[in-house]
Design a protein. Structure first.
Length: 55
């Protein structure tokens, strides 16, 4: 999230979703992937925060 004079309230900038699927290999192992990336243009005094939770 971003907090700055232009955004005085907490504003989510991006969100990620986890995907889980059953693999086709021996034993039917489960596969999980999560990829996330971002580029931010920040100004002096801007603050970024990250929030994570167990799924």
């Amino acid at each position: 999230s971003r907090l700055s004079p232009e955004y005085p309230q907490d504003v989510p900038l991006l969100r990620a979703a986890r995907s889980v699927c059953r693999g086709g290999g021996p034993g039917g192992l489960w596969v999980e992937s999560l990829y996330q990336g971002a580029v931010f243009q920040l100004r002096r005094g801007d603050q970024l925060a990250a929030t994570t939770s167990a799924g």
